[in-house]
Design a protein. Structure first.
Length: 74
């Protein structure tokens, strides 16, 4: 599962429960709803995070990508 942070559009902050419900319907497992910040955190199946941007009321989706460096060859 990919971790995601979703920013809710300013105009949709008052309707946050509906946005959260739509995110769940789109496949997001919601872990936290930070109402004061207009941010929702959670996880989605790989490749689904980018689709959350089409949910009405979503301003931005940040997908947490894990970067691994190769072992030090020294």
């Amino acid at each position: 599962m990919d971790k995601v942070v979703v920013s809710v559009a300013d105009g949709s902050a008052a309707d946050l429960p509906a946005v959260v419900s739509a995110l769940r319907d789109a496949g997001m497992v919601v872990e936290q709803v930070l109402e004061g910040l207009g941010v929702v955190t959670g996880s989605v199946a790989p490749g689904v995070g980018d689709l959350l941007g089409a949910v009405p009321g979503v301003a931005h989706v940040e997908v947490d990508r894990t970067v691994r460096l190769p072992p030090d060859g020294s």
